[in-house]
Design a protein around this ligand. Sequence first.
Ligand SMILES: Cc1cc2nc3c(=O)[nH]c(=O)nc-3n(C[C@H](O)[C@H](O)[C@H](O)COP(=O)(O)O)c2cc1C
Length: 369
Amino acid sequence: MKIGPIEVWPPVVLAPMAGITNAPFRVLCREQGAGLFVCEMITTRALVERNPKTLRMIRFAESETPRSIQLYGVDPVTVGRAVAMIVEEDLADHIDLNFGCPVPKVTRRGGGSALPYKRHLLRRILREAVANAGPLPVTMKMRKGIDDDHLTYLDAGRIAAEEGVAAVALHARTARQHYGGVADWDAIARLKEAVSEIPVLGNGDIWCADDALRMVAETGCDGVVVGRGCLGRPWLFADLEHAFDGSSERARPTLGEVAAVMARHAEGLAACFDVERYAVADFRKHVGWYLKGFTVGAELRRELATAESLDGLRAGLAKLEHDQPWPPNTDTPRGKSGERAKVLLPDGWLDDPWDCAVPADAESDISGG
Ligand SMILES: Cc1cc2nc3c(=O)[nH]c(=O)nc-3n(C[C@H](O)[C@H](O)[C@H](O)COP(=O)(O)O)c2cc1C
């Protein structure tokens, strides 16, 4: 798979996940297998305003190449300035644009998955991004639409191809579906038929390497984007590389090997956040994912999930039964799930798909998707 000038083999992308795909986690994933590994979403306004936290979030480890940044923006001018800044200051090698975020505080202001409904505005944003990107490829990640009555992905995919976007990725759910139900892989096949000139990447419900092969076979997509399936499981990227190379070898780490990666993950976060206490607190959400399927007593799980220092965490990890083998039935859903009753949108948002007004305040106080 080629994303602009970047050869990507296996055709696998680590999905941007706010609060998860920071440098320490990306490094662990990348050690396991090749692909593209995208950072957490970065708000364009915060980037151009040089918000210190945002500048910290776009730091890459030295071993990370190519470097992929995902931007979230609603204002074509600000998106263009953010892209120009990335190019001029050599901050990344690839830029992905987020049009899939379903979080109410984002859609309520017309951002993320709400935005592609406004076809002209989407086109203007993509045009500015591509115009300012120089040699860097710009890709776009989107959902099927707002809900089943307001599907946008085929129009958005065509617009992206016309505007010089290097690849489009489809999370095959609507915003209303949030993370619930089952991803509609047929939609990925339909997008592939509609957009033939650039790579189409499929996303949604890849829980093991064989799911990725099946998605490619069933939809004809050029590559896959893997999100929740790798939570607490960076070695999924080793499996994906093997699978795409035709090998049936799969990583089956023992609990001791998992514990060693957990320790490195938490240590990486501590180095990245500077404050050990924050890092250990941030690591708590990963504990259950890493231990999924293993037999670990409730008390020890609690000890690990409430550790307040790296030493405390290491002491808990040392108590795990290190030769316990990789458990069966781990290829099942993990992470967020659940639908939403409705998608919050700005007043009158659905009245005119061609309206080009830039939504107000859509970039304040936003992170994650
Ligand atoms: C915790 C979390 C944070 C996410 N943050 C982002 C984000 O910042 N940008 C984005 O485009 N998608 C984000 N997503 C969506 C994922 O990139 C992906 O599209 C989605 O999880 C579906 O893929 P999966 O079924 O493989 O998980 C996030 C998902 C999760 C679970």
